[in-house]
Design a protein around this ligand. Structure first.
Ligand SMILES: Cc1cc2nc3c(=O)[nH]c(=O)nc-3n(C[C@H](O)[C@H](O)[C@H](O)COP(=O)(O)OP(=O)(O)OC[C@H]3O[C@@H](n4cnc5c(N)ncnc54)[C@H](O)[C@@H]3O)c2cc1C
Length: 476
């Protein structure tokens, strides 16, 4: 228990995926006040198979880190050996679905739903395990099983909301069959670890459809957006986090909320709520600050948003696509040849540029957060793939202030709920947000002169190297 407690439980790095329940059905995830799933009963009195839980934990690492697991899954991927942040892959693309309503109804280019439906229609799977609007009361969204193309299409769209796999894994085990699962990086990784430990899950889940994930939000994120839009948290019924607005860039999407206001069902559309600023890191699940898997390295195929000006200009949305398994690579490339998908090859550099914020957060600037936390005596995992780039003092400041803003937001929310007053949240957040914004402004102001100085310095260095070489040449 000691190592598990030190590495996972005490630092709050149980990602709440529900995978533990596949090891010990007595452990069931419950949504806590912070709006995160936690496993009830997993404390110092727990007497179950701790060693096994440790092995399937994304922060246990006992069965291999993400790149090691990917090496076993995709041994012959052409990029093998490069070990870059993009992970093992066969192809990198930007594009969208060129048939049906997939693109219109999806969050980006609709490829995630298209792949899932294709797998169902070709009978490669019997069902899709993905995050959909809940069937009952309680959480707004939950992992559910879709068994038809229509049910699958109804589950399109990104949910900035937590889910857990315990119930659906149990249901799938009981009913049998083969399934594809949609998953953010840590969830995909824990599923892979479970598959290593219990091979029956590898047969049951032959495909993992990965999403790129800036960070996981707690359930309170949706409630906060609702309250800000005039719907009391208790009265929120539906939320579409990603409503496309024709004529506006795809990254300027709206959030649509539906709920009860004074006995009337109202729909509110928000585009510029301050709570929607992801850079502030509010309502971020703690584990997201420790996830280095920026591009979902263990998934068979990975879909994200093409956040690049040449693509965001089209309000209809465009995916970035990373293919890792040969089978799903062939599926999308042959569909592209037949015009069913519109895909263009993009370079590794462009793929990384499509996710600059994520690259900084999960790769280039991880050390800034870890050093800060370690100095405060907090546990931090070993960095798997350290970046060679030095983090400037100003960027370090931003990372630290974002971490603080994120951490304060959870308690500030509880305070506001207790007072039944959203303004209490804003008052508590005012100071940390101001410090974050100040750090950001300073960095922006000084970035240009610093970059110019850097260029000058590199020029001077290469000139002096040239002069030294010509002096040496003249002497010999
Ligand atoms: C929390 C979160 C953060 C994200 N951050 C980024 C980012 O920083 N950069 C980026 O490029 N892309 C990010 N994405 C991915 C992006 O929002 C789209 O989901 C992705 O581009 C696929 O779009 P699509 O149109 O192909 O999918 P769609 O056709 O809309 O289908 C999406 C599928 O994913 C399932 N799904 C939705 N939410 C979840 C979830 N939370 N967990 C598991 N399955 C889910 C749906 O049920 C559906 O089957 C994020 C997604 C999530 C959920």
């Amino acid at each position: 228990m000691d190592e598990f407690r030190r590495q996972v439980l005490d630092p709050n790095l149980d990602i709440g995926s529900g995978i533990y329940s596949a090891i010990d059905p007595n452990l069931q995830p419950r949504l806590n006040q912070r709006g995160e799933y936690e496993h009830e009963g997993l404390d110092s009195t727990y007497r179950g198979p701790v060693e096994l839980l440790h092995q399937v934990s994304a922060f246990g690492g006992g069965l291999g880190r993400e790149d090691e697991v990917a090496a076993e899954l995709f041994p012959d991927a052409p990029s093998a050996g490069q070990n870059t942040v993009l992970g093992r892959h066969r192809g990198l693309y930007a594009g969208y679905v060129n048939e049906g309503d997939y693109r219109t109804n999806g969050s980006s280019g609709g490829l995630a739903t298209w792949v899932l439906v294709e797998l169902l229609e070709t009978k490669a799977i019997d069902g899709v395990i993905h995050l959909k609007a809940s069937a009952g009361t309680g959480p707004l969204f939950e992992y559910r099983i879709s068994r038809t193309p229509d049910e699958t299409r109804q589950g399109a769209k990104s949910r900035y909301y937590p889910g857990q796999l315990a119930n659906v894994l149990a249901e799938a085990a009981e009913l049998g069959g083969r399934y594809a699962v949609t998953a953010i990086p840590s969830f995909a990784y824990e599923l892979r670890l479970l598959q290593q430990l219990r091979p029956e899950y590898a047969e049951r889940i032959p495909y993992i459809i990965g999403l790129i994930c800036g960070h996981q939000k707690t359930a309170n994120y949706a409630l906060q957006l609702a309250w800000r839009a005039g719907i009391h948290p208790e009265d929120l019924e539906e939320i579409d986090f990603r409503k496309k607005i024709p004529g506006r860039p795809s990254n300027k999407y709206a959030t649509e909320l539906r709920g009860n206001v004074n006995g009337q069902v109202v729909t509110a559309e928000a585009t510029e709520l301050f709570g929607m600023d992801w850079g502030l890191g509010m309502f971020k699940a703690n584990f997201s600050d420790f996830t280095e898997d920026a591009f979902n390295e263990t998934a068979d195929i990975v879909l994200g948003d093409a956040w690049l000006p040449q693509y965001t200009a089209d309000s209809r949305g465009t995916n970035v696509v990373i293919t890792r398994s040969a089978e799903l690579h062939d599926l999308v490339t042959s569909a592209s040849q037949r015009g069913r998908l519109k895909l263009e090859i993009i370079s590794p550099k462009l793929m990384m540029q499509s996710q600059t914020g994520l690259m900084r957060q999960n790769f280039q600037e991880v050390s800034a957060r870890y050093n800060y936390l370690a100095k405060r005596g907090e546990y931090v995992p070993a960095i798997r793939r350290p970046s060679r780039k030095r983090v400037s003092m100003l960027r370090r400041r931003i990372q630290i202030e974002r971490l603080r803003t994120s951490r304060v937001s959870h308690d500030a929310w509880l305070l506001a709920v207790r007072a039944d007053d959203l303004a209490a949240f804003d008052r508590r957040m005012e100071a940390p947000i101001e410090r974050y914004r100040r750090a950001q402004r300073t960095e922006r102001r000084l970035r240009k002169p610093r970059e110019a100085l850097g260029r000058l310095w590199r020029k001077l260095q290469s000139r002096s190297a040239l002069i030294a070489a010509s002096i040496r040449g003249a002497r010999s």
